[in-house]
Design a protein around this ligand. Structure first.
Ligand SMILES: C[S@@+](CC[C@H](N)C(=O)[O-])C[C@H]1O[C@@H](n2cnc3c(N)ncnc32)[C@H](O)[C@@H]1O
Length: 395
Protein backbone atom coordinates (compact mmCIF):
# COMPACT_ATOMS: atom_id res chain seq x y z
CA UNK A 1 0.00 0.00 0.00
CA UNK A 2 1.21 3.50 -0.75
CA UNK A 3 2.06 5.96 1.96
CA UNK A 4 -0.06 9.08 2.08
CA UNK A 5 2.73 11.24 0.72
CA UNK A 6 3.37 8.89 -2.14
CA UNK A 7 -0.30 9.00 -3.08
CA UNK A 8 -0.09 12.68 -4.02
CA UNK A 9 2.77 12.08 -6.38
CA UNK A 10 1.27 8.84 -7.64
CA UNK A 11 -1.93 10.73 -8.47
CA UNK A 12 0.10 13.41 -10.18
CA UNK A 13 1.93 10.76 -12.15
CA UNK A 14 -1.41 9.36 -13.29
CA UNK A 15 -2.00 12.80 -14.75
CA UNK A 16 -4.12 15.86 -14.21
CA UNK A 17 -3.04 16.85 -10.71
CA UNK A 18 -0.92 19.83 -9.92
CA UNK A 19 1.36 18.59 -7.13
CA UNK A 20 2.22 22.09 -5.89
CA UNK A 21 -0.52 22.31 -3.30
CA UNK A 22 -0.20 18.84 -1.83
CA UNK A 23 3.54 19.30 -1.55
CA UNK A 24 2.97 22.47 0.40
CA UNK A 25 0.62 20.70 2.76
CA UNK A 26 2.98 17.78 3.20
CA UNK A 27 5.70 20.29 3.94
CA UNK A 28 3.61 21.46 6.85
CA UNK A 29 3.92 17.99 8.32
CA UNK A 30 0.60 16.61 7.11
CA UNK A 31 -0.16 13.75 4.82
CA UNK A 32 -2.13 14.50 1.71
CA UNK A 33 -4.44 12.68 -0.65
CA UNK A 34 -5.29 14.42 -3.86
CA UNK A 35 -8.52 14.09 -5.78
CA UNK A 36 -8.32 14.99 -9.41
CA UNK A 37 -11.82 16.40 -9.63
CA UNK A 38 -14.83 17.25 -7.57
CA UNK A 39 -16.50 14.13 -8.96
CA UNK A 40 -13.70 11.96 -7.68
CA UNK A 41 -13.85 13.61 -4.27
CA UNK A 42 -17.61 13.21 -4.19
CA UNK A 43 -17.48 9.60 -5.24
CA UNK A 44 -14.72 8.90 -2.76
CA UNK A 45 -16.16 10.62 0.28
CA UNK A 46 -19.86 10.94 -0.23
CA UNK A 47 -19.26 14.60 0.57
CA UNK A 48 -21.17 17.40 -1.10
CA UNK A 49 -18.24 18.60 -3.18
CA UNK A 50 -20.37 18.06 -6.18
CA UNK A 51 -22.38 21.05 -5.05
CA UNK A 52 -19.55 23.19 -6.34
CA UNK A 53 -19.19 22.27 -9.97
CA UNK A 54 -17.15 25.24 -11.05
CA UNK A 55 -13.48 25.41 -10.12
CA UNK A 56 -13.96 28.95 -8.89
CA UNK A 57 -16.67 27.88 -6.49
CA UNK A 58 -14.70 24.88 -5.33
CA UNK A 59 -11.77 27.07 -4.54
CA UNK A 60 -13.95 29.56 -2.84
CA UNK A 61 -16.14 27.22 -0.91
CA UNK A 62 -14.00 24.46 0.38
CA UNK A 63 -11.70 21.77 -0.81
CA UNK A 64 -9.83 20.37 2.10
CA UNK A 65 -10.76 17.12 3.78
CA UNK A 66 -9.01 16.46 7.04
CA UNK A 67 -9.17 13.37 9.18
CA UNK A 68 -10.14 14.44 12.68
CA UNK A 69 -8.15 11.52 14.01
CA UNK A 70 -4.81 11.59 12.27
CA UNK A 71 -4.77 14.80 10.24
CA UNK A 72 -4.47 13.03 6.89
CA UNK A 73 -5.75 15.47 4.34
CA UNK A 74 -7.52 15.25 1.05
CA UNK A 75 -7.28 18.25 -1.17
CA UNK A 76 -9.22 19.28 -4.23
CA UNK A 77 -6.87 20.30 -7.01
CA UNK A 78 -8.47 23.67 -7.63
CA UNK A 79 -8.13 24.49 -4.01
CA UNK A 80 -4.49 23.83 -3.66
CA UNK A 81 -3.10 27.32 -3.72
CA UNK A 82 -4.88 28.51 -0.64
CA UNK A 83 -6.35 25.85 1.61
CA UNK A 84 -8.89 27.77 3.60
CA UNK A 85 -9.72 27.62 7.21
CA UNK A 86 -12.72 25.45 6.71
CA UNK A 87 -13.05 22.06 5.22
CA UNK A 88 -14.69 18.71 5.54
CA UNK A 89 -13.40 16.46 8.23
CA UNK A 90 -13.46 12.72 8.23
CA UNK A 91 -12.66 10.44 11.09
CA UNK A 92 -10.94 7.28 10.00
CA UNK A 93 -11.73 5.71 13.34
CA UNK A 94 -15.44 6.24 13.12
CA UNK A 95 -17.16 2.84 13.40
CA UNK A 96 -18.56 3.34 9.90
CA UNK A 97 -15.30 4.27 8.28
CA UNK A 98 -14.44 0.79 7.11
CA UNK A 99 -10.75 1.66 7.35
CA UNK A 100 -8.75 -0.95 9.19
CA UNK A 101 -5.58 1.05 9.49
CA UNK A 102 -6.45 4.62 10.42
CA UNK A 103 -5.62 6.80 7.43
CA UNK A 104 -2.12 5.32 7.10
CA UNK A 105 -1.57 4.52 3.46
CA UNK A 106 -4.71 6.33 2.41
CA UNK A 107 -5.59 6.47 -1.22
CA UNK A 108 -8.48 8.52 -2.49
CA UNK A 109 -10.40 5.29 -2.98
CA UNK A 110 -9.90 4.37 0.67
CA UNK A 111 -11.80 7.44 1.71
CA UNK A 112 -14.76 6.02 -0.15
CA UNK A 113 -15.34 3.82 2.83
CA UNK A 114 -15.31 6.71 5.22
CA UNK A 115 -18.81 7.62 6.22
CA UNK A 116 -18.04 9.46 9.43
CA UNK A 117 -17.21 12.85 7.98
CA UNK A 118 -18.57 15.95 9.51
CA UNK A 119 -18.31 19.61 8.80
CA UNK A 120 -16.59 21.43 11.58
CA UNK A 121 -15.30 24.55 9.97
CA UNK A 122 -15.08 27.63 12.12
CA UNK A 123 -17.34 29.48 9.72
CA UNK A 124 -19.88 26.72 9.73
CA UNK A 125 -19.93 26.60 13.51
CA UNK A 126 -20.74 30.27 13.49
CA UNK A 127 -23.46 29.59 10.94
CA UNK A 128 -25.15 27.28 13.33
CA UNK A 129 -24.78 29.59 16.27
CA UNK A 130 -26.04 32.66 14.44
CA UNK A 131 -28.12 32.05 11.28
CA UNK A 132 -28.01 35.70 10.08
CA UNK A 133 -24.27 35.28 9.56
CA UNK A 134 -24.97 32.30 7.34
CA UNK A 135 -27.32 34.42 5.28
CA UNK A 136 -24.81 37.26 5.01
CA UNK A 137 -22.08 34.85 4.00
CA UNK A 138 -24.41 33.23 1.50
CA UNK A 139 -25.37 36.61 0.02
CA UNK A 140 -21.70 37.46 -0.34
CA UNK A 141 -21.21 34.21 -2.27
CA UNK A 142 -24.22 34.94 -4.47
CA UNK A 143 -22.89 38.41 -5.32
CA UNK A 144 -19.49 36.95 -6.17
CA UNK A 145 -21.07 34.44 -8.52
CA UNK A 146 -23.86 36.49 -10.08
CA UNK A 147 -22.71 40.10 -9.96
CA UNK A 148 -23.03 40.51 -13.72
CA UNK A 149 -26.67 39.38 -13.79
CA UNK A 150 -27.33 41.48 -10.70
CA UNK A 151 -26.04 44.62 -12.37
CA UNK A 152 -28.45 43.97 -15.23
CA UNK A 153 -31.40 43.66 -12.84
CA UNK A 154 -30.71 46.24 -10.15
CA UNK A 155 -34.23 46.40 -8.72
CA UNK A 156 -34.78 42.67 -8.31
CA UNK A 157 -31.20 42.30 -7.07
CA UNK A 158 -31.74 44.90 -4.40
CA UNK A 159 -34.94 43.16 -3.37
CA UNK A 160 -33.11 39.84 -3.30
CA UNK A 161 -30.30 41.21 -1.18
CA UNK A 162 -32.52 43.00 1.30
CA UNK A 163 -35.74 41.05 1.78
CA UNK A 164 -35.21 37.62 0.28
CA UNK A 165 -33.25 35.39 2.68
CA UNK A 166 -32.42 32.73 0.06
CA UNK A 167 -28.79 32.12 -0.76
CA UNK A 168 -29.00 28.99 -2.88
CA UNK A 169 -31.41 27.05 -5.09
CA UNK A 170 -33.37 30.23 -5.75
CA UNK A 171 -37.13 30.04 -6.03
CA UNK A 172 -39.34 32.31 -8.11
CA UNK A 173 -42.33 32.38 -10.38
CA UNK A 174 -41.83 32.25 -14.10
CA UNK A 175 -43.06 34.81 -16.60
CA UNK A 176 -43.22 32.43 -19.60
CA UNK A 177 -45.79 29.89 -18.46
CA UNK A 178 -47.62 29.95 -21.76
CA UNK A 179 -44.38 28.98 -23.50
CA UNK A 180 -43.99 26.10 -21.09
CA UNK A 181 -47.53 24.96 -21.77
CA UNK A 182 -46.96 24.97 -25.54
CA UNK A 183 -43.61 23.24 -25.13
CA UNK A 184 -45.08 20.41 -23.05
CA UNK A 185 -48.08 20.03 -25.32
CA UNK A 186 -45.74 19.59 -28.29
CA UNK A 187 -43.38 17.22 -26.48
CA UNK A 188 -46.15 15.08 -25.00
CA UNK A 189 -48.18 15.26 -28.23
CA UNK A 190 -51.32 16.50 -26.53
CA UNK A 191 -53.52 19.56 -26.64
CA UNK A 192 -52.43 22.70 -24.83
CA UNK A 193 -55.74 22.74 -22.95
CA UNK A 194 -54.75 19.51 -21.18
CA UNK A 195 -51.48 21.02 -20.00
CA UNK A 196 -53.19 24.27 -19.01
CA UNK A 197 -55.65 22.29 -16.89
CA UNK A 198 -52.74 20.77 -14.94
CA UNK A 199 -51.13 24.14 -14.36
CA UNK A 200 -54.49 25.38 -13.06
CA UNK A 201 -54.54 22.39 -10.73
CA UNK A 202 -51.30 23.52 -9.09
CA UNK A 203 -52.54 27.08 -8.86
CA UNK A 204 -55.63 25.94 -7.01
CA UNK A 205 -53.84 23.54 -4.64
CA UNK A 206 -54.24 25.69 -1.54
CA UNK A 207 -53.61 22.75 0.77
CA UNK A 208 -50.13 22.10 -0.62
CA UNK A 209 -49.30 25.79 -0.65
CA UNK A 210 -50.39 26.16 2.99
CA UNK A 211 -48.35 23.14 4.09
CA UNK A 212 -45.23 24.36 2.34
CA UNK A 213 -45.65 27.91 3.63
CA UNK A 214 -46.01 26.69 7.21
CA UNK A 215 -42.81 24.62 6.93
CA UNK A 216 -40.84 27.35 5.15
CA UNK A 217 -41.75 29.83 7.88
CA UNK A 218 -39.71 27.73 10.30
CA UNK A 219 -36.58 28.47 8.30
CA UNK A 220 -35.10 31.97 8.51
CA UNK A 221 -32.91 31.24 5.49
CA UNK A 222 -35.81 30.42 3.19
CA UNK A 223 -38.45 32.50 1.49
CA UNK A 224 -41.79 31.63 3.08
CA UNK A 225 -43.68 31.75 -0.23
CA UNK A 226 -43.42 28.48 -2.17
CA UNK A 227 -42.70 29.39 -5.79
CA UNK A 228 -42.27 26.46 -8.12
CA UNK A 229 -40.63 27.97 -11.23
CA UNK A 230 -40.00 25.37 -13.93
CA UNK A 231 -40.98 22.56 -11.52
CA UNK A 232 -44.59 23.08 -12.59
CA UNK A 233 -43.45 21.41 -15.82
CA UNK A 234 -42.43 18.35 -13.80
CA UNK A 235 -45.88 18.30 -12.18
CA UNK A 236 -47.59 18.44 -15.56
CA UNK A 237 -45.48 15.59 -16.94
CA UNK A 238 -46.38 13.38 -13.97
CA UNK A 239 -50.07 14.20 -14.23
CA UNK A 240 -50.22 13.75 -17.97
CA UNK A 241 -47.99 10.66 -18.32
CA UNK A 242 -48.99 8.89 -15.08
CA UNK A 243 -45.64 7.21 -14.44
CA UNK A 244 -45.45 4.24 -12.10
CA UNK A 245 -41.92 5.04 -10.97
CA UNK A 246 -40.41 8.52 -10.83
CA UNK A 247 -36.78 9.02 -9.78
CA UNK A 248 -35.51 12.47 -8.84
CA UNK A 249 -31.81 12.91 -8.11
CA UNK A 250 -31.08 15.99 -6.01
CA UNK A 251 -33.78 16.76 -3.49
CA UNK A 252 -32.46 19.76 -1.54
CA UNK A 253 -35.37 21.01 0.61
CA UNK A 254 -37.86 18.90 -1.29
CA UNK A 255 -39.78 21.56 -3.18
CA UNK A 256 -39.71 19.54 -6.40
CA UNK A 257 -40.36 16.29 -4.53
CA UNK A 258 -43.44 17.83 -2.90
CA UNK A 259 -44.82 18.82 -6.25
CA UNK A 260 -44.07 15.42 -7.78
CA UNK A 261 -45.75 13.69 -4.84
CA UNK A 262 -48.79 15.96 -5.09
CA UNK A 263 -49.08 14.92 -8.74
CA UNK A 264 -48.65 11.23 -7.88
CA UNK A 265 -51.30 11.54 -5.17
CA UNK A 266 -53.79 12.93 -7.66
CA UNK A 267 -52.90 10.20 -10.14
CA UNK A 268 -53.53 7.60 -7.42
CA UNK A 269 -56.90 9.18 -6.63
CA UNK A 270 -57.74 8.62 -10.28
CA UNK A 271 -56.63 4.99 -10.10
CA UNK A 272 -53.07 5.31 -11.44
CA UNK A 273 -50.61 4.22 -8.79
CA UNK A 274 -47.12 5.61 -8.88
CA UNK A 275 -44.22 6.32 -6.54
CA UNK A 276 -41.23 8.58 -6.18
CA UNK A 277 -37.67 7.65 -5.27
CA UNK A 278 -35.93 10.89 -4.34
CA UNK A 279 -32.17 10.77 -3.85
CA UNK A 280 -29.82 13.26 -2.23
CA UNK A 281 -26.34 12.98 -0.83
CA UNK A 282 -27.02 15.23 2.17
CA UNK A 283 -28.88 14.07 5.23
CA UNK A 284 -31.70 16.40 6.17
CA UNK A 285 -32.70 16.85 2.54
CA UNK A 286 -36.39 16.67 1.82
CA UNK A 287 -37.42 18.27 5.12
CA UNK A 288 -40.00 20.37 3.30
CA UNK A 289 -42.10 17.46 2.04
CA UNK A 290 -45.44 17.62 3.89
CA UNK A 291 -46.27 14.75 6.23
CA UNK A 292 -49.46 14.10 4.28
CA UNK A 293 -47.36 13.17 1.24
CA UNK A 294 -44.84 11.01 3.06
CA UNK A 295 -46.65 7.79 2.32
CA UNK A 296 -45.55 4.51 0.78
CA UNK A 297 -45.47 6.48 -2.48
CA UNK A 298 -42.32 8.23 -1.27
CA UNK A 299 -38.83 6.81 -0.71
CA UNK A 300 -36.14 9.27 0.30
CA UNK A 301 -32.66 7.84 -0.21
CA UNK A 302 -29.69 9.64 1.32
CA UNK A 303 -26.78 8.44 -0.74
CA UNK A 304 -24.71 9.49 -3.74
CA UNK A 305 -27.14 9.14 -6.61
CA UNK A 306 -24.97 6.82 -8.70
CA UNK A 307 -24.91 4.26 -5.88
CA UNK A 308 -28.62 4.68 -5.21
CA UNK A 309 -29.54 4.27 -8.88
CA UNK A 310 -27.54 1.04 -8.99
CA UNK A 311 -29.97 -0.37 -6.40
CA UNK A 312 -33.07 0.34 -8.49
CA UNK A 313 -34.39 -2.66 -10.38
CA UNK A 314 -37.94 -1.58 -11.27
CA UNK A 315 -38.50 0.16 -14.60
CA UNK A 316 -38.22 3.93 -14.34
CA UNK A 317 -40.89 5.85 -16.24
CA UNK A 318 -39.70 9.36 -15.39
CA UNK A 319 -36.16 10.29 -14.45
CA UNK A 320 -35.30 13.81 -13.32
CA UNK A 321 -31.67 14.80 -13.01
CA UNK A 322 -31.19 17.64 -10.52
CA UNK A 323 -28.14 16.60 -8.46
CA UNK A 324 -24.48 17.12 -9.30
CA UNK A 325 -24.62 19.43 -12.26
CA UNK A 326 -21.21 18.67 -13.71
CA UNK A 327 -21.50 17.31 -17.23
CA UNK A 328 -19.68 14.08 -16.45
CA UNK A 329 -21.77 13.28 -13.37
CA UNK A 330 -25.00 14.03 -15.18
CA UNK A 331 -23.93 11.76 -18.04
CA UNK A 332 -22.97 9.06 -15.54
CA UNK A 333 -26.48 9.20 -14.05
CA UNK A 334 -28.04 8.67 -17.48
CA UNK A 335 -25.67 5.79 -18.15
CA UNK A 336 -26.66 4.27 -14.80
CA UNK A 337 -30.44 4.60 -15.33
CA UNK A 338 -30.39 3.52 -18.95
CA UNK A 339 -30.38 -0.11 -17.82
CA UNK A 340 -33.75 0.27 -16.08
CA UNK A 341 -35.64 2.76 -18.23
CA UNK A 342 -39.08 1.65 -19.31
CA UNK A 343 -39.72 1.51 -23.09
CA UNK A 344 -41.43 4.94 -23.18
CA UNK A 345 -39.53 6.57 -20.32
CA UNK A 346 -39.09 10.32 -20.13
CA UNK A 347 -35.84 11.87 -18.94
CA UNK A 348 -35.67 15.43 -17.71
CA UNK A 349 -32.49 17.36 -17.17
CA UNK A 350 -32.83 20.30 -14.84
CA UNK A 351 -29.41 21.36 -15.98
CA UNK A 352 -29.84 21.40 -19.72
CA UNK A 353 -29.15 25.13 -19.90
CA UNK A 354 -25.59 24.36 -18.78
CA UNK A 355 -24.67 20.93 -20.11
CA UNK A 356 -25.46 18.94 -23.21
CA UNK A 357 -25.35 15.55 -21.47
CA UNK A 358 -28.99 14.65 -22.14
CA UNK A 359 -29.01 16.08 -25.64
CA UNK A 360 -25.89 14.08 -26.51
CA UNK A 361 -27.34 10.89 -25.06
CA UNK A 362 -30.59 11.37 -26.98
CA UNK A 363 -28.68 12.04 -30.18
CA UNK A 364 -26.54 8.93 -29.73
CA UNK A 365 -29.50 6.70 -29.03
CA UNK A 366 -31.83 8.26 -31.58
CA UNK A 367 -34.31 9.53 -28.99
CA UNK A 368 -36.38 12.63 -29.32
CA UNK A 369 -34.96 15.61 -27.40
CA UNK A 370 -36.11 19.19 -26.82
CA UNK A 371 -35.18 22.09 -24.59
CA UNK A 372 -37.12 24.87 -22.94
CA UNK A 373 -35.80 27.69 -20.81
CA UNK A 374 -37.67 29.40 -18.02
CA UNK A 375 -37.76 33.16 -17.48
CA UNK A 376 -37.83 33.96 -13.78
CA UNK A 377 -40.22 36.76 -12.86
CA UNK A 378 -38.83 39.56 -10.67
CA UNK A 379 -35.51 37.83 -10.12
CA UNK A 380 -31.98 38.61 -11.27
CA UNK A 381 -31.26 34.94 -11.94
CA UNK A 382 -31.33 34.17 -15.65
CA UNK A 383 -33.27 30.94 -15.20
CA UNK A 384 -32.64 27.26 -15.71
CA UNK A 385 -33.99 24.95 -18.34
CA UNK A 386 -35.80 21.73 -18.92
CA UNK A 387 -34.19 19.28 -21.30
CA UNK A 388 -36.58 16.48 -22.10
CA UNK A 389 -35.83 13.21 -23.86
CA UNK A 390 -38.39 10.58 -24.74
CA UNK A 391 -37.11 7.02 -25.01
CA UNK A 392 -38.26 5.18 -28.07
CA UNK A 393 -39.63 8.27 -29.78
CA UNK A 394 -37.64 8.97 -32.92
CA UNK A 395 -35.61 12.15 -32.99
C1 LIG B 1 -30.31 21.95 -7.23
S1 LIG B 1 -30.45 21.02 -5.76
C2 LIG B 1 -31.88 20.05 -6.03
C3 LIG B 1 -33.14 20.87 -6.07
C4 LIG B 1 -34.41 20.09 -5.95
N1 LIG B 1 -34.59 19.11 -7.00
C5 LIG B 1 -35.59 21.04 -5.94
O1 LIG B 1 -36.59 20.75 -6.60
O2 LIG B 1 -35.52 22.06 -5.26
C6 LIG B 1 -29.15 19.88 -5.91
C7 LIG B 1 -29.09 18.84 -4.84
O3 LIG B 1 -28.29 17.77 -5.32
C8 LIG B 1 -27.64 17.18 -4.23
N2 LIG B 1 -26.48 16.44 -4.72
C9 LIG B 1 -25.31 16.92 -5.17
N3 LIG B 1 -24.50 15.93 -5.56
C10 LIG B 1 -25.20 14.78 -5.39
C11 LIG B 1 -24.91 13.40 -5.62
N4 LIG B 1 -23.74 13.04 -6.11
N5 LIG B 1 -25.86 12.49 -5.33
C12 LIG B 1 -27.06 12.88 -4.83
N6 LIG B 1 -27.38 14.16 -4.59
C13 LIG B 1 -26.47 15.11 -4.85
C14 LIG B 1 -27.27 18.35 -3.34
O4 LIG B 1 -27.08 17.93 -2.02
C15 LIG B 1 -28.48 19.28 -3.52
O5 LIG B 1 -29.40 19.12 -2.48
Amino acid sequence: MQTPDSVGSASAARGGVDPTGPAAISGAGKSTVVFRSSQEATAATGSPFSKFPSPRLIRFASGLIVCANCDAQALLPHHNRSPRSFGLWVNCQSPDSGLSDPCAGLESGDLAQTRGWRQISGVRRLYKAWPPLAILWGKYNVVRSYWRQMLNHPVSSLRFLTINPETTNFTYDISNREDLISFLATELEIDTSQVRAMVAEIDSDDELRAELTAALRQRPDRSSVPLFGRRIGWYCVVRLCQPRLVVETGVHDGLGSSLLLAALRRNADEGHQGRLIAIDILSGSGWLVPKRLRTEQFSLVIHPSLDAIADISDPIDLFIHDSDHSESYEAAEYAAVNRVLSPRAILISDNAHVTSALRDLARNLGWHYAFWKESPADHFYGGAGIGIAVVGRQA
